[in-house]
Design a protein around this ligand. Structure first.
Ligand code: GTP
Ligand code: MG
Length: 555
């Protein structure tokens, strides 16, 4: 999927308005964070939401061009930004300067036939010009690239970098969500919200998960949380008589209410909302959800309700992604490595989820000598009174003002941290120890779960309960292999072939699992990555091999 900013800005002024979020410089604080967005998470979310409310999504019919579209739309108000994407079908996300312009545009838009009338005015539109019949000259589809083809293109770019640290930066740049993709995600939430508002006035559909946590990849799913905002409709109970009360249907549990709600909302999406297809109801999961494909954006969506803690978890990850500039490259590298080695999977099951994997990275950064990241309790300690947040009886308070967090004294480079991460978990005592991100310390395991990561907000729960022993063993084994590769003398030596960079080195070796020495050893059937455990985790008087075999989780 290709998204780009429209270069022809059609408005009264000729200036192109930058859509990049403003990066605050921390002027009145002694702690400079170059390039870090220091705004509050809630402010960023609200700004994105307002942008989405000022936007429409338009499909180009036939040969209608971006120029024609923006020219037409500028009759209704000043166009602030537009992003066009698509292969065979072109779409433009168009943002007006004011929300009133969207209403003017919708008021003059037409329904094609009486059969297509919807119970609301959708902001998903189509634009046709006089030459709309000429569909033949639409650009040919490029076809989806295979995962191998995509990696081959990425690997070429990574191999051309000057250092492994630079490779990690390139990985972020190449795989992160772009500005246009992020806006599209907020707009899809806003379009779904438009449809649900008819039934539940005042509801809000929030994106959460990797679309907002700072670690989103191109093509990641869009996790949505439907908040009915019932509090605002609930009047304060007065014990006065006579009084009027709503007659309501009662359900046995809150879970049943959520299931009913999602089932109703899912049906209305399927019936009335253009572009929502392939609905699947997964109502008996621990967290009931409705899955669907939003065709116009090509985004796979997961809609949940009654899930406010998940939104708070995304805020927590987002906070960590901005506290230290090394966190994002590190998490992107680990997530990419895990995906390539099938440690994570989009299927439900015993795999480590991206959420758990990110928690493993954060814990390592909290626990390492000279911590890179503070513990959650420390973040809570910096919070203002206004930050106090209690959800479903759980204290979820976090500092919202990032400038209060002191920078780390740890000076390791990002690539050093990545290799330390692999070493750390190669030797971790998963059998007896759990991870506590609230304190940044290990804790004694209280049950037989293979991997125990205490849920940061629902502290009685294990957020990686689903992980099977087999998958944990695979993670440990592959961490050892990555750490072994990094110890090989040719690890950081790019070999220039006649056709440019042809041999994997550095990050590419780790991601692909290919390394010259490993290949030679595998050819000779002698490859067994035995790691020298880091001094940090080895009890005195124990050999490396003894330690390694004792601490591998046994199935
Ligand atoms: P992607 O794989 O890129 O979509 O990453 P993601 O961070 O969005 O993960 P995912 O879509 O699997 O989950 C979205 C949100 O659901 C996370 O941010 C968490 O809040 C929650 N979540 C996901 N997996 C778990 C889990 O295993 N345990 C708990 N407690 N929450 C989870
Ligand atoms: Mg997700």
């Amino acid at each position: 999927k290709f998204i780009r900013r429209c270069t022809t800005q059609v408005s009264n002024s000729e200036t192109v308005v930058s859509s990049e979020p403003e990066i605050s410089s921390n002027i009145d604080n002694d702690v400079p964070r170059p390039g870090v967005d220091l705004r509050r998470f809630s402010d960023i979310q609200e700004e994105r939401r307002q942008e989405a409310l000022r936007s429409v999504l338009v499909r180009h019919v036939g040969k209608a061009t971006e120029d024609e579209l923006t020219k037409f739309c500028s009759h209704f108000g000043e166009v602030q930004n537009c992003f066009t994407y698509g292969n065979q079908e072109l779409y433009t996300l168009l943002e007006y300067k004011s929300r009133g312009s969207v209403h003017s545009l919708l008021n003059t838009s037409h329904f094609r036939s009486i059969l297509e009338i919807l119970p609301y005015r959708s902001r998903l539109l189509c634009f046709r010009t006089s030459n709309w019949m000429d569909n033949a000259s639409r650009r040919p589809g490029m076809g989806e690239m295979t995962a191998d083809q995509k990696f081959s293109i990425l690997a070429t770019k990574l191999c051309a970098a000057q250092s492994m640290e630079e490779q990690m930066q390139v990985l972020v740049r190449e795989t992160q969500l772009t500005e246009g993709e992020t806006r599209l995600r907020f707009l899809v939430c806003s379009l779904v919200e438009d449809a649900i508002t008819g039934y539940f006035p005042g509801c809000i559909v929030h994106p959460f998960g990797s679309s907002v946590n700072g670690f989103g990849n191109k093509g990641c799913d869009l996790d949505m949380y439907l908040n009915l905002n019932v509090e605002q409709h609930r009047t304060k109970k007065k014990k006065s008589f006579p009084r009027m009360e709503y007659e309501v249907r009662t359900v046995p549990t809150e879970r049943a209410a959520t299931q009913n709600l999602l089932s109703t909302v899912g049906q209305s999406l399927a019936e009335f909302v253009p572009s929502c297809r392939q609905l699947q109801y997964i109502l008996h999961a621990r967290c009931p959800l409705v899955k669907f494909m939003h065709e116009a954006s090509g985004i796979q969506c997961d809609l949940t309700s009654n899930n406010s803690i998940a939104l708070k978890s995304s805020e927590l990850l987002n906070l960590y992604s901005r506290i230290d500039p090394r966190v994002r490259p590190l998490v992107y590298a680990v997530r990419h490595w895990a995906r390539m080695h099938h440690i994570t999977s989009s299927m439900p099951g015993g795999w480590i989820t991206n959420f758990s994997l990110t928690a493993l990275v954060i814990f390592f950064l909290q626990y390492t000598d000279k911590p890179v990241l503070p513990a959650i309790d420390a973040l809570k300690g910096l919070a203002d009174k206004a930050d106090t947040c209690v959800l479903e009886g759980n204290d979820c308070t976090l500092v919202s003002d990032l400038t209060k967090v002191q920078p780390s004294e740890n000076t390791d480079s990002t690539d050093e941290l990545l290799l330390e991460f692999f070493e750390f978990y190669s030797n971790f005592n998963f059998k007896n120890c759990g991870l506590n991100l609230r304190t940044g310390e290990m804790q004694e395991k209280k049950n037989f779960d293979a991997l125990y990561i205490q849920n940061p907000f629902e502290q009685q729960l294990n957020l990686s309960k689903n992980v099977s022993m087999h998958q944990l063993e695979k993670f440990v084994q592959l961490s050892r292999e990555a750490a072994w590769m990094a110890e090989q003398p040719d690890f950081l030596q790019p070999e220039v072939g006649s056709k440019g960079w042809s041999t994997p080195w550095g990050l590419v070796s780790i991601l692909s699992g290919h390394n010259r020495r490993k290949k030679r050893l595998m050819d000779q059937k002698e490859f067994t990555p035995i790691l020298t455990p880091s001094s940090q985790g080895i009890p005195k008087g124990m050999s490396d091999r003894e330690y390694t075999s004792q601490n591998l989780p046994s199935s």
